[in-house]
Design a protein around this ligand. Structure first.
Ligand SMILES: Cc1cc2nc3c(=O)[nH]c(=O)nc-3n(C[C@H](O)[C@H](O)[C@H](O)COP(=O)(O)OP(=O)(O)OC[C@H]3O[C@@H](n4cnc5c(N)ncnc54)[C@H](O)[C@@H]3O)c2cc1C
Length: 377
């Protein structure tokens, strides 16, 4: 049975692990974190290519769990002024009660989805295992090295290690990921009755964002679980299943040295002239969820000679948040599983399957990067 090492247990890595296991591969997934981090707990939109990849890669009961724990659908994308007046509203989903299909847009709680994705991979998942470098072996296989001195051999190494990918830096040292000069400060405010009473209705009916003429931009989106994840008799213990409002403030200043309390002060300061309810909502955040991250974007990469090392997701085509990075990352996982599975079935060389995958992925992946940079509002 061919063996695949996946580096990274974010979204694309575990989805790929399921897809490849289903296709007949032995998989080992190495994640540098010691476990699931609450900092990855915000709401993300997944577009239909991502939903379909989840459907194709996951065992049916895990796919159902992902859908059951997704967000109750809303109808609109709404732009708000700092005083919370509706500036513009687009109905994007006239039938929010329609059943979710594998071709639906969904919004999910990222931490909940990761917990589901990693649930049944058993000892294929190695937490606390940080990839450091790889060697290409004379027999066409690959050796991966990990912090602490461990190493493992495999037929294929897949980098799912996100925007700072060490695999990319080794295999494609000229492929660059650039900082945009914008940072996102984000957090979750539990939707207690007090918080809900002051939440703009538009934020609970889809996606909304406060946009100021000076460029300040603050997305707001409620997450209400369709079903309480802990009610699903899954055997999993989900740590925080409260409904919440996710808020994000885009800023042009590096605040990455600040802890949650100072970040909350900084956000409040920057929106001090906006509606007081926005400041109250920020103040009601769960401090453990407040983080800041630089927004980065990958520059187009020319095709390289395919081999036993390849990439999925942000490791190759990271993009600024525009509602599609996760969907494209999951699409990569689905497509790579399909191509490798077909090669395994018909006995053709795995590296040809990787080449077919890379040809397609580089086109749609970097089209998505370009789209993320186009102004949308
Ligand atoms: C604030 C914000 C909001 C976003 N909102 C959306 C949205 O609404 N919709 C959307 O589609 N996208 C969104 N995105 C983008 C989306 O999060 C990414 O595109 C997606 O997470 C990519 O998944 P991935 O698995 O490729 O990488 P990641 O999710 O980044 O996972 C990489 C994993 O690799 C691990 N890792 C890294 N280095 C190593 C190593 N050396 N050894 C072992 N493990 C390693 C990391 O710990 C991590 O777990 C958003 C991004 C941000 C920052």
């Amino acid at each position: 049975m061919p063996r695949v090492i996946i580096v990274g247990g974010g979204l694309a890595g575990p989805c790929l692990a399921h897809g490849l296991r289903g296709a007949g591969f032995e998989v080992a997934l190495h994640e540098r974190d010691e476990g699931l981090s609450r900092g990855q707990g915000y709401r993300i939109h997944i577009d239909p290519v991502g939903t379909r990849a989840l459907y194709e890669c996951l065992p049916p009961h895990l796919y159902s769990m992902a859908i059951d724990t997704s967000c109750v659908a809303g109808t609109s994308v709404t732009m708000l002024s700092g005083s919370l007046d509706v500036v513009n509203r687009f109905v994007v989903n006239p039938d929010p009660g329609a059943p979710v299909t594998p071709d639906s847009d969904i919004s999910v709680d990222r931490l909940t989805l990761r917990q589901i994705l990693l649930a049944e991979l058993g000892d294929a998942v190695r937490f606390g295992s940080e990839f450091t470098r790889f060697d290409l072996l004379p027999d066409g296989r690959v050796r991966a090295h990990f912090a602490g001195g461990a190493s493992e051999d495999a037929d294929i190494l897949v980098a799912a290690d996100g925007p700072s990918s060490r695999v990319r830096r080794q295999l494609l040292p000229d492929a660059s990921v650039v900082r945009t000069g914008t940072w996102a400060v984000f957090g979750k405010t539990p939707l207690t009755p007090d918080a809900e009473a002051i939440t703009p209705p538009a934020a609970l009916d889809g996606f909304s964002a406060v946009i100021a003429p000076d460029g300040r931009f603050m997305p707001l989106a409620g997450h209400r679980f369709r079903k309480d994840p802990n009610s699903l008799a899954s055997g999993l213990d989900f740590p925080d299943t409260r409904d919440y409002l996710m808020w994000v403030l885009a800023i042009q200043e590096d605040l990455s040295g600040l802890g949650p309390a100072a970040l909350l002060d900084a956000v409040e300061d920057r929106i001090s002239d906006w509606h007081p309810d926005l400041r109250r909502l920020v103040r009601l955040s769960d401090p453990e969820t407040v983080r800041v991250t630089p927004l980065r974007t990958a520059e187009p990469v020319d095709p390289w000679p395919s081999g036993p090392v390849t990439f999925v997701g942000d490791a190759i085509h990271c993009m600024i948040p525009a509602g599609s990075g996760a969907g494209v990352a999951l699409r990569d996982a689905g497509l790579l599983s399909t191509e490798l599975g077909a090669a395994l079935r018909d006995g053709s060389p795995l590296v040809e399957a990787i080449a077919r995958y890379e040809r397609q992925m580089l086109i749609y992946g970097f089209e998505a990067v370009a789209a993320s940079l186009r102004p949308r509002f």
